[in-house]
Design a protein around this ligand. Structure first.
Ligand code: IPD
Ligand code: CA
Ligand code: CA
Length: 276
C-alpha cells in the first residue's frame, strides 16, 4: 500500500486522488489473483481463432468489479470480459478495465502480463494504473500531475535518433487473415531502428514507453481497455500519443503511435501510409 500512498500524495490536490487510490488497490488485488493462478494448470477458452481467455481473466475482472461496486457504484464500467459493449465514447465517468493484458503470455507461462485500469470522463483519460504482478511493478498516472513507477516519478527517454531507438509493437488477432500491412510496417520500422520487441501486452508496452525503457510503440486494432491507462501514462511522463497520421488519440480509436515525443514525427512519417 505504501506505493499507492506515495502516488496519491503526488496528486493530493487533485479531485482524482481518491480515484487513483481505488484503481491502484483494485489492480494490486487483481494482480495477486493472477500471480496465484499463474503456476496452476489453466482453463483456456477461445474467443477467436487465436484470441484466448482463461479462468484468471475472469477471476481478476470479478475482483476489480467487486471493489468498484462497493467503492464507487456511480461510475460506469467498460470491462473486457463482462462489460465489453460500447457503441460510442461513454459521455460520463467510466472505468475502462483489462483484467489481464497479455493473456496469451499468461496461458503459455510467459511472465509478462498486466492488469490495466483507466478512468475517463467524456472519453478523456484522467487516471490510469497498470500493474505487472510477476515483476511487482505498479505504474500510475494522474492527469496534470505526472506518472510514477512504484511511487517514484517517471519520464520518457531522451533518444532523438530513430536509428538508436528501441520500439515495441503488437499484432492484431486477425493477423492470420490480414498479415500484409502489419508485416510491411514492421519491416519499415525494423530497418530504420535499433530494434523491435513484440512482448505481448500492449498496456505494458505503453508503460515501458512512459518509463523510458522503450522509445516508442505502435499497434492497430486495439480496444479501449488495452490503452486507456497506458496512453495517459505516456502523456504524463512527457511523451506523445497520436494516431498514425499524428492526429489526437483516443482509446476508442483503433490505431496508436506512442513515443518519447522526440522520435514521434519519424514514427508517423513511416506509419502514416498504414493508417486506416
Ligand atoms: C492483447 C495484448 C497484445 C496485443 C493485442 C491485445 P489481451 O490483449 O495487449 O499485446 O497485441 O492486440 O489484444 O487479449 O491479452 O488482453
Ligand atoms: Ca488487452
Ligand atoms: Ca485482456
Amino acid at each position: 500500500m505504501e506505493r499507492i500512498k506515495k502516488c496519491v500524495a503526488h496528486c493530493a490536490h487533485s479531485p482524482l486522488s481518491e480515484i487513483l487510490s481505488t484503481a491502484g488497490q483494485a489492480a494490486l488485488e487483481a494482480g495477486k489473483i493472477l500471480r496465484n493462478l499463474y503456476s496452476q494448470p489453466h482453463q483456456v477458452r477461445y474467443k477467436g481463432e487465436i484470441d484466448l481467455v482463461t479462468e484468471a481473466d475472469v477471476a481478476a475482472e470479478k475482483k476489480i468489479l467487486d471493489i468498484f461496486s462497493r467503492r464507487c457504484p456511480d461510475v460506469a464500467i467498460l470491462a473486457e470480459e463482462s462489460h465489453a459493449d460500447y457503441t460510442s465514447v461513454p459521455k460520463g465517468a467510466v472505468w475502462i478495465i483489462d483484467p489481464l493484458d497479455g493473456t496469451t503470455n499468461f496461458a503459455h507461462n510467459f511472465p509478462w502480463f498486466a492488469v490495466s485500469i483507466g478512468y475517463a470522463e467524456k472519453g478523456e483519460g484522467l487516471a490510469g494504473v497498470i500493474y505487472a504482478p510477476m515483476l511487482d511493478e505498479l505504474f500510475c498516472a494522474c492527469k496534470g500531475y505526472g506518472a510514477w513507477l512504484n511511487g517514484e516519478k517517471i519520464t520518457v527517454s531522451g533518444t532523438g535518433d530513430l536509428g538508436k531507438s528501441l520500439f515495441a509493437t503488437g499484432f492484431p488477432y486477425d493477423v492470420r487473415q490480414k498479415p500484409e500491412s502489419v508485416i510491411a510496417a514492421l519491416e519499415k520500422v525494423l530497418t530504420r531502428s535499433q530494434g523491435i520487441r513484440r512482448a505481448g501486452a500492449a498496456a505494458l508496452d505503453l508503460a515501458y514507453v512512459a518509463c523510458g525503457r522503450l522509445d516508442g510503440f505502435w499497434e492497430i486494432k486495439l480496444k479501449p481497455w488495452d490503452t486507456a491507462a497506458g496512453y495517459l501514462l505516456v502523456q504524463e511522463a512527457g511523451g506523445r500519443v497520436t494516431d498514425f497520421r499524428g492526429r489526437t488519440y483516443s482509446p476508442f480509436d483503433g490505431e496508436i503511435c506512442a513515443s518519447n515525443a522526440l522520435v514521434h514525427d519519424g514514427m508517423t512519417d513511416i506509419l502514416k501510409e498504414f493508417s486506416f
